[in-house]
Design a protein around this ligand. Structure first.
Ligand code: NAP
Ligand code: ZN
Length: 355
């Protein structure tokens, strides 16, 4: 008994197509959300194409979800019908491990229930492998009330959707490494994550340089608020800017030489990988000379995601989006692979009515 129109890939690399799914009836602690918009993240492409291994099919991607609460379970205290809410990259976790206790549910020791390509949980907190999760390329979703975010009214809804992944993924390391006035930050890759990193790092007070693989995005980067732009494909780019940055946020989805970028860090600077291409070789010398640090970061916990949404509202930050009907999703993936998006595709769920 399927009750929810969605778009799914039925096997690795398959085109997405209309595919009805079954959502559970809201339980006592659940919130049912009519999805209004869902952002399209490069992680959707990696997982649909099974580039990280272990993908579960059929797969309904989408983890940048905003919408309106339509029903709540009788024990729900935080939400009411009509609330404007968001759902990000996970919909549950064990709630008892050290990471969950620390509000870092994304690192749940029993494995978070990712919003899609993952599983719901048994009552004891373990993953229930008979119940896959399905994401936001759908008309509605049912989520435990503790994994729902409040979307500030001042951010246009379609511009808020990408904050649920691209926003928190860049906010979290910028905050952790205490980026602020006087810091020089480089953002590598000006896509969905990269453009959010520019806006957030600027709002934190840093001087921001975009490092892009071609010269094409120079004007756009400066218009977004970046202070400087470097086309990394140009001769001498890595020599000319050696030792310049306190923090580098690397959002690139394709393989590239991390050693070269580490050369752009100041002494004891930190480069944070958030983009997840195939494995790359790192030479110890790139870190040892200059006591440099290489780190990774993955989205953020629920409390920090709410903090990021409120920060964005306070600083008048939303994503720059191109709204598309869901029927255009395969074309949108191809355009993202070509870097032809400024800077996030967002699916308008009203378009499902056309199928
Ligand atoms: P996106 O919008 O497609 O942007 C990726 C950017 O990488 C492109 O705009 C491009 O920037 C650069 N790039 C792409 N192909 C390249 C190539 N062949 N050579 C050099 N540069 C290239 O992707 P996104 O949604 O921002 O996601 C970026 C990455 O972050 C993905 O790997 C995604 O899975 C990952 N991600 C991680 C997390 C996390 O929690 N860690 C969360 C979300 C996403 P330029 O044109 O400016 O060079
Ligand atoms: Zn994402």
């Amino acid at each position: 008994m399927s009750n929810t129109p969605a778009y799914a890939a039925v096997s690795a690399g398959a085109e997405l197509a209309a595919h009805a799914i079954e959502r559970r009836q809201p339980g006592p602690h659940d919130v049912e959300i009519a999805i209004r918009y869902c952002g399209v993240c490069h992680s959707d492409i990696h997982q649909v194409r099974d580039e990280w291994g272990g993908s579960v099919f059929p797969m309904v991607p989408g983890h940048e979800i905003v919408g309106t609460v339509t029903r709540v379970g009788d024990k729900v205290e935080k939400w009411a019908q009509g609330d404007t809410v968001g759902v990000g990259c996970f919909v549950d976790s064990c709630r008892t491990c050290a990471a969950c206790e620390d509000g870092e549910e994304q690192f749940c020791e029993k494995g978070m229930s990712a919003t899609y390509n993952s599983f719901e949980r048994h009552d004891d907190g373990t993953l229930d492998r008979s119940r896959p999760t399905y994401g936001g390329y759908a008309t509605r979703i049912v989520v435990d009330e503790n994994y729902v975010l409040r979307v500030p009214e001042s951010i246009a809804l379609e511009r808020a959707a990408p904050l649920l992944c691209a926003g928190i993924t860049t906010y979290s390391p910028l905050k952790l490494y205490q980026v602020g006035e006087g810091d020089t930050v480089a953002v590598v890759g000006l896509g969905g994550l990269g453009h959010m990193a520019v806006k957030i790092a600027k709002a934190m007070g840093a001087s921001v340089t975009v490092l892009s693989h071609s010269p094409n995005k120079r004007d756009a980067a400066l218009k977004l608020g970046a202070d400087d732009f470097v086309a990394t494909g140009e001769e001498n780019a890595f020599d000319d800017h050696a030792g310049r940055f306190d923090v580098i946020i690397d959002t690139v989805s394709a393989g590239h030489d991390y050693n070269a970028y580490l050369g752009l860090l100041k002494r004891a600077g930190v480069m944070v990988l958030v983009g997840m291409p195939e494995p790359q070789l790192i030479s110890a010398g790139s870190l040892i000379l200059g006591r440099k640090r290489l780190a990774g970061s993955m989205i953020g916990g629920i409390a920090e995601t709410q903090e990021m949404l409120d920060f964005c509202a306070e600083h008048d930050i939303g994503a720059d989006v191109e709204v598309i009907p869901v029927q255009d999703i395969n074309d949108a993936y191809e355009r993202m692979m070509r870097g032809d998006v400024r800077y996030r595709f967002v699916i308008d769920t009203a378009s499902f009515q056309a199928d």
